[in-house]
Design a protein around this ligand. Structure first.
Ligand code: NAD
Ligand code: GLY
Length: 352
């Protein structure tokens, strides 16, 4: 098992290993001292792992109240959020209890936002069951739901009290969902670690515990320097401007990780065309994405993607902050006037 200390304003640990779900109750009770655990999961994950986690919590002396919702991004909305708040109120959750998010990024974001806002904040524990949630969404405290106008538009920062990543849960992931997580793993390599990037030539699935721990450490280093996302943390949005636009234009039929893969490929090709990075950079990124069966282009016109991107939180007044690779392992923030976004995206369309 690997233990990573996240030294942010309210420090916590991320534990990565196998069989952790069976120890979840004792570890959660040890950290939060909770009496009632509101266990939140989508229907797929609830059926696979809900009973195991409930049993573990009950053995540790916790009362468990289970909230289950239909799987998918469309559940990360105000309707499910309000139903969850009502559920927490009906079950008389207090600040001495805890919300337990068992699942992927949708569950973590939704349950996290409810935990952030119910009673102005109750403890949150993240039990990620997708690779994407393990390496990204369960760590760092960003929580949100989507609005019809765009993704993650209503949210809050709320750091978890504990993150337990049981790598065994990844065994049941559908292939496409596992590949979503691979896109975020590749992102970390492009962002700040060329050696790690190259190590991904060996399948992530064959080295997943080490890969997850490395990604969490990279994310932690960035988050503790910029917890509130005012500067450096925005680097973690590599691939997300075009990525969020692709998700939006597809009506969320393109999943988050696949969309981020497309966004990274656009960012690298556009950066090369503008003379901001070396020729080998986009080619290496595309090659790595293809190795994991991830897409590198989108079907929508640059104007449509730019329009969708304008609802993005990364916009400040007349500018949007892009993340641009200069080399594998080095990226910079790049403010661009909003009216230049469609041209930027167009310059990222073509294979070099
Ligand atoms: P998800 O939570 O919808 O999970 C994908 C699918 O996998 C779901 O159908 C789920 O039921 C299923 N699933 C989950 N775990 C499983 C398992 N172990 N076995 C079998 N099936 C399983 O999606 P995701 O890709 O994990 O997360 C995407 C979401 O995360 C997006 O909403 C995105 O905006 C958000 N996100 C948030 C952050 C953050 O910092 N908060 C970062 C990145 C992404
Ligand atoms: N996933 C981006 C962040 O946590 O900042």
């Amino acid at each position: 098992m690997d233990a990573i200390n996240i030294a942010c304003s309210r420090p916590y640990q991320v534990l990565v290993g196998s069989g952790l779900l069976d120890e979840a109750g004792a570890k959660i009770a040890g950290v939060t001292g909770c009496c009632t655990a509101a266990l939140v999961a989508d229907d797929t994950v609830d059926a696979l792992y809900g009973d195991r986690v409930q049993g573990s919590l009950e053995r540790a002396g916790c009362r468990v109240a289970r909230f289950c919702f239909p799987h998918g991004e469309q559940s990360k909305d105000m309707g499910t959020y309000v139903r969850l708040l009502n559920f927490l109120a009906e079950n008389r959750l207090t600040r001495g209890d805890a919300v337990i998010a068992l699942g992927g990024g949708v569950t973590g974001d939704l349950a996290g936002f409810a935990a952030a806002t119910f009673l102005r904040g109750v403890p949150l524990v993240q039990l990620p069951t997708t690779l994407l949630a393990a390496v990204d969404s369960s760590v760092g405290g960003k929580t949100a739901v989507d609005l019809p106008q765009g993704k993650n538009l209503a949210g809050a920062f709320h750091q978890p009290s504990l993150v337990l990543c049981d790598c065994g849960t990844l065994d049941t992931l559908p292939d496409g969902v596992f590949r979503d997580g691979c896109a975020e793993v590749i992102k970390y390599g492009v962002l700040c670690d060329e050696e790690f990037f190259d190590s991904l030539q060996k399948p992530i699935n064959e080295q997943r515990e080490a890969v997850i721990a490395r990604c969490v450490r990279i994310k932690s280093d960035i988050v503790i320097r910029d917890e509130q996302d005012r500067g450096e943390r925005q680097l973690l949005n590599l691939g997300h401007t075009v990525g969020h636009a692709v998700e939006q234009c597809s009506g969320f039929s393109v999943s988050h990780g696949h969309a981020v893969a497309i966004g990274m490929a656009y960012a690298a090709r556009a950066a090369f065309r503008r003379g901001l990075c070396r020729r080998d950079c986009p080619a290496r990124i595309e090659e790595m994405l293809r190795l994991y069966g991830l897409p590198v282009r989108a079907d929508w016109a640059p104007e449509a993607l730019a329009q969708a991107a304008l609802s993005d939180k990364k916009r400040r007044g007349g500018h949007i902050t892009l993340v641009v690779p200069e080399a594998i392992g080095r990226c910079v923030l790049y403010p661009l006037p909003v009216d230049g976004l469609a041209d930027w995206i167009r310059s990222g369309e073509d294979t070099l």
